[in-house]
Design a protein. Structure first.
Lengths: 261, 300
């Protein structure tokens, strides 16, 4: 294809415009309940222009909601990494461990966050008021853990024999082998897992907030659906998408800086 | 008493014998080269000495103690350098020094690392990572790492075979100099008889596999320091090279064995090209003899 000046900017803009035009046409013809782009902007601009304002529990600026969601995601994600990475290492290092736990991991992995959440709520029923928070946390951690677990395991198995020979010939201690050889050699794989996990964690938060009704982008989305403010649904979708995109970019930059020759 | 001793060592992988009845005695301070074809089990042999592999039968002894696992008393230089790419040159060597002398002060370890980097002329590259170095430089780091552990014996597994001829010559000279300076026991595995003759006191050919074994040892009587240019015209050098090459080639020739196989002809009849092609179906394809059920015989 021919390249022209600013094509990196103009082509994506054209794409966005096409999407907006389709959206507009849909709102005028097929579905009269779908707010048009103009109407969406009119009704949402308060939330965008005053992004940190707090008018009520479920009536806050969009970035304030995003902030709540991100906080919970960060906690759940951290938990997923802390639990998932060692499991991945054990799966990669020990054949018996892998044989014992691989089947159960393969069974639990495809379970939807929507199925985990009720279980999370039941688990923390005794926690009273914070049960919904803990349940959401549990759901995020359980769902986001798998890519980290599996990628770390693959990375450990893919360590070249040369590096392991170095550790053997030098007779490095277990901890030295782990920190000087195994972890650095697995790092690129681990970060791929971390990136995928973050994507899932962000997917799960919306579902978790919808079901628990805690303040956040997902909770706001569900509440506004029930309140018949449909334009705010679109606002939330766009926010979720943009934040997810930003998180993924961020992780790929971090990932790139850890790649070793 | 031999310093490194292999007695009746055999090793096979998956039922296929790689090494058979290996007997080897190496004295302290000796430089021995083992020359053999690629794929004849040279790396297996050195892995046995390093303790990375255990023999199926027989014993490997260093200083009269059986070798059961790898250890820092044997410095190994691998063919493919085996440096950790996320560590710099000095960090790679430091890892080894730190392992062998954990009680030294940080300053002493650093000086020690510096000394061995200087020994292989890499002081300028000490803070580079292996990815930024050429093959020859990487192999120098690997040699420095092995030497810095101050092992009792140095095992070199085809250290120079991945390098170009000129770098190879330079590194051979360096290895030769280093060896004369500290008189370590060295086992060099190589596929190049010239390299063996230039560096070693004694050369032992490894016959072609499978089931390779060691041949008679050839003493290299050429006095040191050896001159790379002069050695080419030395009668002893030519004679040794001829003898070793002859031995290796003969061992390979003996590998040719006779097998009697039943001859089976292909089960197919020639296609009849004279018959016209049908427009759609094409020419009827070739027939298998076993498929033919009728035979037409002309009778007078």
């Amino acid at each position: 294809m021919r390249k022209f000046k600013l094509d990196w900017l103009i082509l994506p803009l054209l794409g966005f415009m096409a999407a907006v035009v389709v959206w507009h046409i849909l709102s005028q013809t097929v579905s009269k309940d779908l707010p048009s782009p103009g109407k969406t902007w009119q009704e949402s601009k308060d939330y965008i222009l005053k992004p940190f304002e707090k008018r009520g529990e479920m009536d806050q600026g969009i970035l304030r909601f995003t902030w709540y969601s991100l906080l919970l995601v960060a906690k759940g994600y951290a938990l997923a990494l802390v639990v998932g990475t060692p499991i991945g290492f054990m799966l990669g290092l020990s054949k018996p461990f892998a044989k014992a736990f691989d089947p159960i991991i393969q069974i639990l992995r495809p379970v939807s966050p929507l199925a985990w959440l009720p279980l999370g709520l039941v688990l923390f029923l005794s926690a009273g008021k914070s049960a919904s928070d803990l349940g959401a946390l549990f759901t995020i951690a359980v769902c986001a853990m798998w890519p980290t677990v599996l990628n770390t395991a693959v990375g450990v198995r893919a360590i070249p024999q040369d590096y392991l020979n170095v550790a053997k010939v030098l007779k490095l201690s277990r901890s030295k082998t782990l920190f000087k050889v195994l972890i650095p050699a697995t790092l690129p794989y681990m970060f791929t897992g971390f990136r995928l996990s973050l994507g899932i964690a962000w997917l799960v938060i919306v579902a978790a907030e919808m079901l628990t009704g805690r303040p956040g982008v997902g909770g706001f989305l569900w509440q506004e659906y029930n309140a018949l403010n449909y334009s705010h649904i679109i606002l939330c979708i766009l926010t979720i998408g943009l934040v997810g995109f930003a998180l993924d970019r961020l992780m790929s930059v971090v990932e790139g800086s850890f790649k070793t020759a | 008493m031999a310093f490194l001793e292999l007695k009746n060592v055999s090793k096979s992988f998956g039922g296929l014998p790689v090494l058979k009845d290996i007997n080897l005695h190496i004295e302290k301070g000796e430089f021995v080269a083992i020359v053999g074809f690629s794929g004849s089990g040279k790396t297996t042999l050195i892995s046995l000495m390093a303790g990375l592999l255990r023999p199926d039968s027989g014993v490997v002894k260093l200083n009269d103690l059986e070798i059961t696992e790898p250890g820092p008393d044997r410095g190994v230089v691998f063919q493919n350098y085996s440096l950790l790419p996320w560590l710099t040159v000095s960090e790679n060597i430091f890892l080894a020094v730190d392992r062998v002398n954990p009680n030294w002060s940080a300053q002493k370890k650093k000086t020690h690392v510096g000394k061995f980097i200087a020994l292989v002329n890499l002081t300028a590259a000490r803070d580079k990572r292996p990815g930024e170095l050429s093959g020859g430089m990487k192999q120098r780091v690997s040699v420095a790492r092995a030497l810095a552990m101050e092992p009792q014996i140095l095992l070199l597994d085809e250290p120079l075979s991945a390098l170009d001829a000129l770098t190879r010559a330079t590194l051979q000279d360096e290895i030769s100099t280093i060896w004369r300076q500290n008189q370590k026991t060295v086992v060099l595995i190589t596929n190049d008889p010239d390299e063996g003759i230039y560096l070693a006191d004694r050369i032992i050919p490894l016959t072609a596999g499978p089931g390779a074994t060691l041949g008679p040892s050839f003493k290299v009587g050429i006095p040191r320091p050896r001159d790379r240019k002069a050695i080419n015209h030395d009668g002893r050098f030519k004679e040794l090279r001829r003898d070793i090459t002859d031995f290796l080639l003969n061992s390979k020739a003996q590998r040719h064995t006779t097998l009697t196989k039943k001859l089976v002809l292909p089960d197919i009849e020639p296609e009849d090209l004279s018959r016209p092609r049908a427009v759609l179906a094409g020419r009827p394809g070739p027939k298998r003899r076993s498929e033919i059920k009728k035979e037409m015989v002309e009778v007078e």
